[in-house]
Design a protein around this ligand. Structure first.
Ligand code: NAP
Length: 316
């Protein structure tokens, strides 16, 4: 049994790392798999102001590093690997297999999926061709390249407004293009945007094309009320129009909703017994670091109890 983990966690964002922390403290044999760097989306978040305990906020990479250090301190084993497929357990007490892209298998009695979500694309002409040449999905990564330039932000959620504010540190002008006349973002961000002289708003509008030869030069914007199209000069276009869940590798074996988010109950239990899901990949209302870490703790607690029940060792 020694090569069988009690709990294997897929994805090392705040949800997965917190699940690892809790499972290690419960003295489970745990493996955390991550295909890229540990930290998830907060690795590209400039400042997090709404995670409790940091009155002046904390940088995303710094918070990721602290959570990772804390989980490692309790003995969390991590491995860089891409989980391609889950083979369901053959029956109660039998292990699950995770097929890795490297060709190997990881064997575990219980699984926690914490693979998060990724940015949506606009799917307009010019977007793909100019990605990396003016079109970006990460203000933290690419913002400093636009010092003194004019940029456009597309979207009206927390990410769009937060990153538009961040971009004003570098850009000469930031124009937010949003398809409605009001923002989805939290009110404090709306107030800050309204007060920022470098930000201009272009509401009831959608970006229909991004143009430029070697690099981005302008965005064609359509007014959704009248239908008029105008050209806006832009050295950069930042696209922040929401997320899609990283659930493709699992949706054949567990239930997902119409957008692909994994359906769980309040205990983070998915439709397959012994498989739990937590964080942004899960169907829920509020996707924040604080809710991801809460999910991770709940998933680990319930995975631990599931494994103990299998062994007849549950504390009642
Ligand atoms: P989001 O909340 O889903 O907002 C997406 C925005 O893009 C919406 O304004 C939406 O417009 C617009 N949009 C969607 N599809 C579009 C399209 N095809 N063309 C043009 N516009 C489109 O996404 P998000 O801002 O990335 O945030 C994701 C999650 O992370 C949210 O739960 C958010 O609260 C959280 N988050 C939190 C923080 C924080 O707490 N500081 C920071 C960042 C993100 P409509 O409004 O018209 O639908």
């Amino acid at each position: 049994m020694s090569n069988i983990y009690d709990i294997a966690i897929i994805g090392a964002g705040p949800a997965g790392m917190t699940a690892g922390l809790y499972a290690c403290r419960a003295r489970m044999k745990v493996l955390l798999l991550e295909r890229m760097a540990c930290g998830g989306q907060i690795l590209v978040t400039d400042r997090i102001e709404n995670f409790p305990g940091f009155p002046e906020g904390i940088s995303g990479p710094e918070l990721a590093d602290w959570i990772f250090k804390q989980a490692s301190h309790f003995g969390l084993e991590t491995r860089t690997a891409d989980a391609k497929k889950i083979i369901l357990s053959k029956g109660r007490g039998e292990p699950f297999y995770i097929k890795l892209s490297e060709g190997e298998d990881v064997t575990a009695l219980s699984l926690i999926i914490a693979t998060g979500a990724r940015w949506n694309e606009l799917n307009v002409p010019g977007e793909k061709e100019l990605t990396g040449r003016g079109v970006s999905y990460c203000a933290t990564c690419d913002g400093p390249l636009f010092r003194g330039k004019d940029v456009v932000v597309v979207g009206g959620g927390d990410t769009a407004l937060e990153d538009a504010l961040f971009l004003t540190k570098f850009a000469n002008k930031v124009t937010i293009i949003h398809r409605r006349d009001r923002f989805r973002a939290t009110k404090i961000l709306q107030d800050r945007v309204a007060a920022n002289k470098k930000i201009e708003l272009c509401l009831n509008s959608v970006a229909v094309e991004i143009t430029g030869k070697a690099k981005c030069e302008s965005v064609k914007i359509k007014d959704v009320t009248g239908g008029a199209v105008k050209d806006l000069r832009a050295d950069g276009v930042f696209v922040f129009i929401g997320m899609k869940p990283n659930s493709e590798n699992f949706k054949e074996i567990i239930r997902v909703d119409e957008k692909g988010y994994i359906i769980t109950d309040d205990d983070m239990q998915t439709s397959a017994e012994g498989i739990f899901a937590c964080g942004d990949v899960r169907r829920k209302l509020l996707r924040q670091v604080v809710t991801a870490t809460g999910d991770g703790a709940t998933a680990a607690f319930n995975a631990e109890h599931y494994v103990e029940r299998l062994r007849g060792a549950e504390y009642k």
